[in-house]
Write a protein that binds this ligand. Structure first.
Ligand SMILES: Cc1cc2nc3c(=O)[nH]c(=O)nc-3n(C[C@H](O)[C@H](O)[C@H](O)COP(=O)(O)OP(=O)(O)OC[C@H]3O[C@@H](n4cnc5c(N)ncnc54)[C@H](O)[C@@H]3O)c2cc1C
Length: 469
């Protein structure tokens, strides 16, 4: 089994990791965030902060779908099956080749548009529920095909989990959702962004050891342990979580017994698992050992020129109703009736449902009749992950490293993965990414608490010296 775009920050062979080794021994607790205390080493408070809250946002209720223990790729296939030729499902959770990605979502929208076209007659009225990457692509293609398309979007903006913020006080576009792409995997998307004039910046990480630590190094302990665990799991009669497989295979024990340049193996494994969680949202106690980790793809570009242009372009000229949540979908052989949060209803011939898995799991949309068992089983079995980001803008850098990716080892801080945009764009902006259980904790914090938590995690980087490889 190989490792994926999920491992973009951490893959041992990717050359993208930067380890800041904050402790040479395992299990040294660092205080968990509180509302007021400042870090012991003075780090300037940021001049600006923007954060995401995907985990609690009622129109996402999660960041990425993942294959939890008991889920299989078949569940994604089941979820995208059309229902009596009237309801069609799209969205990243229905993608088997690129789940949890913009391209996967976009491709799913194209696939659903094709399925609608196979079932519909010319001129029919089609509703697309959700104006994210999947919905925008479905709506674009159906409009091109000559259907009477209306997009119904709950939020007051389009884009879904692409959320670009621009403001005079920020020197660059802030992306609170998707913003990383892989040159190889996302070639089609990169070409489209280029044609829209959207800038993407190459992102090459470097390795760095914290001043005072023994050496800069690559975390080979984490990937090796996870590979051992998933290989062991593949030979078992039943699936188990990655956490269980790490324990039962002996991989966690082997990791604990190893060190790299004096850095404790358990801390290195924890750092690797935390980084995995920042890219798929799954905590290791839920992730399927059999199916939860996908192929080897690397993110190596950052979308810095406004990712939302992709959605704006796709929906140009498409009738779109914002701030309109769909709360009910009644379907029969004769058509589909949408119940809207405004109290109104809308009759269409067919509908494409692109709302996130978390929204389906929450039951925010009442289907009448209930969806087929296979859909309900898929919705129940798939996991909805948690990833949050915080963007911090400083007046000037308090760090002095040219490394673009920073990962903390041997810490209990929640923000263990950072991207240093100064290295990419020249602007003193740091982006913290947190996944899994840590992201769920962060989503509950106030803005001040998030800044405190982030600054605490950044202490080891204060004054760090360049150490590129
Ligand atoms: C923090 C974060 C970082 C990410 N990073 C990357 C990355 O670097 N690269 C990458 O490729 N992917 C990344 N992703 C994943 C990527 O953003 C998603 O896979 C993709 O954008 C999902 O598109 P979608 O159309 O399936 O869903 P969404 O974009 O979520 O669209 C669904 C739409 O449905 C709307 N909706 C919800 N409920 C209702 C309702 N009841 N009625 C009407 N409308 C409703 C929502 O408001 C939303 O607009 C990231 C995601 C997150 C959260």
């Amino acid at each position: 089994m190989s490792f994926s775009r999920r491992s973009f920050l951490v893959g041992a062979g990717s050359g993208l990791s930067l380890l800041v080794l904050t402790a040479c021994t395992d299990g040294k607790p660092v205080p968990t965030p509180t509302s007021s205390p400042s870090p012991t080493i003075a780090i300037p408070r940021p001049a600006g902060m923007l954060r995401s809250k995907w985990t609690t946002d009622p129109f996402s209720l999660g960041s990425h779908s993942f294959l939890a223990v008991g889920a299989t790729p078949q569940h994604r296939d089941d979820l995208r099956e059309p229902v009596i030729g009237r309801l069609f499902f799209a969205g990243e959770a229905t993608s088997n080749d690129l789940p949890g990605t913009v391209l996967g979502a976009q491709n799913s929208g194209a696939r659903a548009a094709g399925a609608v076209a196979d079932a519909a007659t010319m001129g029919e009225r089609i509703a697309v529920i959700g104006a994210g990457a999947a919905g925008a692509e479905a709506a674009r293609l159906l409009t091109l095909d000559g259907y009477n398309v209306v997009v119904i979007e709950a939020r007051n903006r389009i884009g879904g989990r692409i959320d670009t913020r621009t403001s005079k006080s920020w020197p660059l576009s802030v992306e609170l959702g998707a913003w990383r792409l892989g040159k190889a995997t996302d070639a089609a998307l990169l070409t489209r962004l280029a044609s829209l004039g959207v800038e993407t910046n190459p992102f090459t990480g470097t390795l760095l050891a914290r001043p005072g630590a023994s050496a800069s190094t690559v975390n080979t302990v984490g990937p090796t342990a996870v590979k051992t665990a998933t290989d062991w799991a593949a030979a078992q009669a039943t699936d188990s979580s990655l956490k269980t497989s790490l324990e039962r295979s002996g991989a966690a024990k082997t990791a604990a017994a190893s060190t790299i340049d004096g850095f404790a193996g358990t801390a290195l494994l924890d750092q690797y698992l935390a980084s995995l969680a920042t890219t798929n949202g799954a905590t290791d106690s839920r992730l399927s050992s059999w199916f939860g980790i996908d192929e080897d793809v690397h993110y190596d570009r950052l979308v810095m020129g406004g990712f939302d242009a992709l959605i704006t372009d796709a929906l140009d000229g498409v009738k779109t109703s914002l701030s309109t949540a769909v709360v009910g979908v009644a379907y029969s052989d004769s058509g589909v009736s949408l119940k809207l949060g405004t109290g109104e209803s809308l009759k269409v011939d067919r509908a494409v449902v692109t709302v996130p898995l978390g929204v389906l799991q929450q039951g925010s949309i009442a289907f009448e009749p209930l969806l087929p068992f296979s859909h309900r089983a898929a919705i129940q079995a798939l996991g909805s992950g948690a990833v949050e980001t915080v963007w911090l803008r400083f007046d000037k850098p308090f760090w002095s490293t040219d490394a673009a990716a920073w990962n903390l080892v041997g810490t209990d801080d929640d923000f263990t993965s950072w991207i240093n945009l100064e290295a990419v764009t020249g602007e003193p902006v740091l982006v913290g990414i947190v996944g899994g259980d840590a992201a769920r904790r962060v989503a509950q914090l106030s803005d001040d608490q998030v800044v405190d938590s982030a600054l605490r995690a950044l202490v080891p980087f204060a004054g760090s010296k360049p150490h590129s490889q």
